[in-house]
Design a protein around this ligand. Structure first.
Ligand code: PMT
Length: 358
């Protein structure tokens, strides 16, 4: 395959087809958002899991990434606990809030079930005796039922990076009616490269020709249009994943400078369950002029900084959240509990700083 193209978000959406279920998905989102607005609830969009990049139109092969959706599914639970309604936009078959505690591999749900009764006619499904008083199961189930009764969780699925981008744009636009009461928590692991539809082989790529050379195009960085066009005043949190700790803060700062959103949470692949760093822009007033000097008297000396309060230099604030990497037995603290508590606090403060616009 030849010649890579540079896609802007605009040219991407003009040339790549929308997923067939988009209109129906967005109808559901519209209703959900209207219900939450009527109940005066804040809403957070949580994106979760990895996106795939198909190599063929009749797809047999695709590229994928490591994300299981743990961060997103766990965070969604803590947002719900904090009183937010959640639109959980996740990779098909990745972990989901509540059911994540009983995944097929680590905690198979059939192990929780027993056959009650003593004869063929009276037998029914029961709960394994040693699970009846299981405090964790009881807690998860109670919270799950509470959220169901409130109607505070809405789920959407994506598989490919194309599904993801179309959904992200449409959901953001719907959610933007809530303005500052909406939060966008972008924890999905999004592919950086893709094959445009126009360059994809229709049928399974044949192996007869030896090695395979594919040149992929760069997926457009959609955070910029998300901040500037799709969301109105929303609170946007992106993640920065690196495998080199030293790059986390510089890359997070660069993202904030480039896109102008509220917070980047940096995480390193191997330590992401135990430590993350919050990076945000901070307005810092310029230092005062030296004593006895004002703007008019400065002569040929280098121009002093203007006194206008709007002209301030931009600096960054970083703060780490850490939990023990090896918790005491029975103490299963999840870092997302602290991440969400901190974000709720920051979202509150941010709304309060401009109350007239809510
Ligand atoms: O699911 P787990 O196993 O728990 O792992 C969680 C996680 C490590 C995947 C998660 O914490 C995380 O870091 N997610 C973001 C990973 C990522 O895609 O980083 P990035 O540097 O490629 O993108 C930066 C941000 O821009 C992300 O918030 C991403 O959602 C967003 N993005 C990325 C590409 C793109 N074209 N448009 C975007 O908006």
């Amino acid at each position: 395959m030849d010649q890579s193209t540079s896609f802007s978000a605009e040219s991407y959406f003009a040339t790549q087809p929308a997923p067939p279920t988009l209109a129906q998905d967005i109808e559901g989102v519209k209703e959900f958002v209207a219900r939450q607005a009527a109940n005066n609830r804040r809403v957070v969009l949580v994106t979760s899991g990895g996106t795939t990049v198909p190599l063929e139109l009749n797809v047999v092969r695709f590229l994928d990434n490591f994300s299981a959706g743990t961060r997103g599914a766990t965070s969604a639970e803590y947002f719900l606990k904090a009183g937010y309604a959640v639109i959980f936009m996740h990779r098909q078959f990745s972990l989901q809030p509540f059911s994540r505690h009983y995944s097929h591999s680590t905690n198979p749900f059939l192990d929780f079930l027993a056959i009650d009764g003593d004869g063929a006619d009276t037998e029914e499904v029961g709960i394994t005796p040693d699970k009846r008083a299981d405090a964790e199961l009881f807690g998860v189930l109670k919270e799950y039922k509470r959220v169901q009764a409130l109607g505070a969780l809405h789920t959407l699925e994506f598989v490919t990076v194309n599904d993801y981008l179309w959904l992200l744009r449409a959901v953001s636009q719907e959610l933007s009616v809530l303005r500052r009461r909406a939060m966008y928590y972008l924890a999905a692991a999004v592919s950086d490269f893709f094959l445009p539809r126009q360059k994809m082989s229709e049928h399974k790529i044949q192996s007869g020709k030896g090695s395979l050379h594919i040149e992929m195009d760069q997926v457009p960085k959609v955070l910029k249009p998300m901040v500037e066009e799709w969301t109105r005043d929303g609170y946007i949190v992106s993640f920065k994943l690196e495998t080199d700790d030293g790059l986390l803060i510089p890359k997070a700062r660069a993202a904030l400078e480039r896109y102008g959103h509220q917070v980047v949470i940096g995480n390193e692949l191997h330590t992401r369950k135990y430590q993350v760093v919050f990076v945000e822009r901070k307005r810092k007033p310029l230092p005062p002029l030296p004593p006895g000097v004002d703007d008019d008297e400065a002569g040929d000396a280098p121009a002093p900084p203007p006194k206008s309060p709007q002209l301030e230099s931009m600096t960054f604030a970083e703060s780490w959240i850490r939990i023990p990497a090896t918790p005491a037995v029975g103490n299963v603290k999840e870092i997302e509990e602290d991440i969400i508590a901190e974000l709720v606090r920051r979202h509150d403060a941010w709304i309060e700083s401009t109350p007239a616009e809510i």
